[in-house]
Design a protein around this ligand. Structure first.
Ligand code: DGY
Length: 321
């Protein structure tokens, strides 16, 4: 029997690579940067399994290139907005993702950004490096307190709840907007408008879908408190960046801290980069060693199961079975 053709689009951490290699021979993209679209199409032709990351767009065109023998698409990510899941389902292809293992790391990152924006850490560090630290000044770089402040969480799934759990330890009042989620960690459910009106900090934890694209728009921002700080660790397009820029520039809201942008990378001429009150890091929510190891392993487990004709341990479209 000819061994299945497999393409792994990125150099993922060892635990995942080793598991794939124990079972199959795979074509592994050897570079740190992702393949271009043309390279992706070339390398994916007639594969039975694809292991990708969020930098690869896996759409109907690519699925057609892969061909009818395609058995599984596995992404080393929890988000699957880069994959046309409906097109995969129509072709009866299971799509795997990596939920759960990145919950704590992503919640830690949301909280790190929240604290950094509240206490103006990156601004203060730039101040020191610029040689502007002359002496202790009573009114220098004053920030916001967490204790007693209200944190509004939009999207109360695993990661949203893990953020609420952390906020409890900081004596924050936590409210959330998520139509179907049950209360947890002392957080109270509220309507979206109440959340926007009452929150001193807002953290976004909804997946990117047609419904959540530009959820944060000019209208949303206008309803926020002028002292409010916005944190985004989900996906860039959940937020209308032009509207955010205007709100930050005019101090309609106090600050934003972004782990994700639209597009990624953020072009160096983005006006957001001119703002002192906008902190931006390069999509690092799940970037801890242990978490990335676990993500690679789960992605490999999904791939191997799919190639063996078994049910994927984490399947986003179980309707295919
Ligand atoms: C995911 O898994 O969707 C994250 O954005 C990667 O950190």
């Amino acid at each position: 029997m000819t061994p299945p053709k497999i393409f792994i689009t990125r150099l993922i951490p060892d635990p995942g690579l080793l598991l794939v290699k124990e079972n199959f021979q795979a074509d592994i993209w050897p570079h740190e940067l992702p393949p271009t679209r043309v390279q992706l199409i070339e390398r994916s032709r007639h594969v039975e399994g694809l292991l990708c990351t969020l930098t690869e767009r896996v759409d109907a065109e690519l699925m057609d290139v892969m061909g009818p023998q395609l058995k599984v698409i596995s992404s080393m990510s929890v988000g699957v907005d880069h994959i046309d899941v409906a097109a995969a389902t129509a072709r009866k292809i299971p799509v795997g993702n990596t939920p759960g293992v990145l919950t704590d790391a992503t919640a830690d990152q949301a909280f790190a950004l929240l604290l950094a924006a509240a206490r103006r850490i990156t601004e203060a560090e730039r101040f020191v490096r610029a040689g502007r630290w002359v002496t202790w000044i009573p009114n220098l770089l004053l920030g916001a307190d967490l204790a007693g402040a209200t944190l509004g969480i939009i999207g109360f799934g695993r990661i949203g709840q893990a953020v609420a759990k952390r906020a409890q330890g900081f004596d924050m009042r936590v409210i959330y907007y998520s139509p179907s989620a049950q209360p947890a960690y002392g957080a109270q459910p509220v309507g979206l408008d109440s959340l926007l009106r009452e929150s001193d900090f807002i953290s976004l934890h909804v997946p990117l879908t047609a419904e959540t694209k530009h959820l944060v728009n000019a209208d949303f921002l206008a309803k926020m408190k002028p002292n409010a700080i916005l944190i985004n660790t989900t996906r860039g397009p959940v937020l209308d960046q032009e509207a955010l820029y205007q709100a930050l520039k005019t101090k309609q809201i106090q600050a934003a801290a972004l782990d994700v942008t639209d597009p990624e990378p953020l072009p160096m001429n983005s006006p957001l980069l001119e703002l002192e009150n906008c902190l931006i890091v390069p999509h690092l929510g799940s970037a801890s060693k242990k978490t990335r190891d676990m993500m690679s392993l789960l992605a490999a487990q999904n791939l191997v199961a799919g190639l063996k004709g078994e049910r994927l341990p984490n399947c986003v479209n179980p309707q295919v079975y």
